[in-house]
Design a protein around this ligand. Sequence first.
Ligand code: DLL
Length: 438
Amino acid sequence: MTPSPFDPASAPDYLPPAQMKQLQLDRLRGVVQRAFDHVDLFRARLGERGLAPADIRGLEDIAKLPFTVKTDLRDTYPFGLFASPMQEVVRLHASSGTTGKPIVVAYTREDLDVWTSVMVRSLASCGITRGDIVQNAYGYGLFTGGLGAHYGAEALGATVIPISGGNTERQIMVMKDFRVTAICCTPSYFIHLLERAGELGVDVRGLPLRAGVFGAEPWTESMRRHIESAGGIRAYDIYGLSEITGPGVAIECCAQQGLHLFEDHFYPEIVDPETGEPVAEGCEGELVITTLSKRAMPMIRYRTRDITALIPEPCPCGRTLRRMRRIARRSDDMIILRGVNVFPSQIESALLSVEGTLPHYQIVLTRDKGLDQMEVLVEVTREVFSDQIGALETLHDKLIYALDQTLGLRVAIRLVTPQTILRSEGKAQRVIDRRNPG
Ligand code: DLL
């Protein structure tokens, strides 16, 4: 058999840190030069600072470089940040945002190979091998989840089922009949799948499924515990974003203690989201990523808005790649309610700590006489609903108490029957904002 160029064992996951730093510096110099030569916006910004690519002499010099932000992609829509001519661009993806136009990202053949290689390393890191049958239920299309996981799993040598998102009953049939051992999808969609399977009389715990590669949206440790026990699987957190490449920027290993960043391709920094200044080692802040090998669309110091911290300690798995804590929130998903900062992830943890609730919830924001109001809709099990009214009231009080303990705030709760909250095939919509901006 010819050796695969994507052999997971050949990956520099175990490089001594000094060698990794040298590799990063060499690549950083290359990517800065490339962006300077081909991207007008970057060249102009370096010029404003009186900088030239030759000023990058050490890795610490990265802090001199200007940030790139999401609006830069919008302002240069669609192709303004491309560093390769269209003849060399072999794929485009796009990510829709809350405002009108999507952002567009580009890949050369080499970029796709790097993406595939980090996805191979990702899947290998959570114990998936060529012996696995992988149901890929991330959406195929402009979203990077589907094709990213697809090519990674295929290059690893696993058997890929490119089922894409949706059609839940067919997903369950395939999972059972094709003896699927690993699934890739958003954590919220997997919970929906588990639930539907239960309704159809299929106990997923009795199937060969043993691993899930879940990402594209924030989820909590409580959610992981729920998924692992209800599904009888190990649930791994995978992180990525279109601007950087797609899934495969970071992933957990079997130790499940933080996500290893593929830092030979994606250089991480953590900065204070307000000031942009680096935080002290191990402290929480906004993740900033520089793509070290991207050709079609290099991203220099991209502000992800995702909040995390780097974990300085070595990982028990032996990989030397640095780890980051799971991304529980974004710097822009904070809700300020009566002066208190509230994050959806805090609400999720509090809700899941109370027995009788289902992991389906939605936060509805409204504005009444100038004051922001929040109501949390929580689905509760049929048993609780069919019980006497007393059970509902007790649960309601327990939830109010749990949220009060977590947030330091009394929040309105509405208990709803199963299936009331709309399910998503992809990213769940946790917050419905009905506040009138005017
Ligand atoms: O969601 C890429 C992806 C696909 C990642 C499949 C993992 C699995 P975008 O649509 O551009 O790309 O959205 C990127 O989603 O900035 C985070 O805010 C969020 N996100 C992605 N993965 C995680 C995760 C894909 N594991 C945005 N935990 C990112 C928390 C995540 N948030």
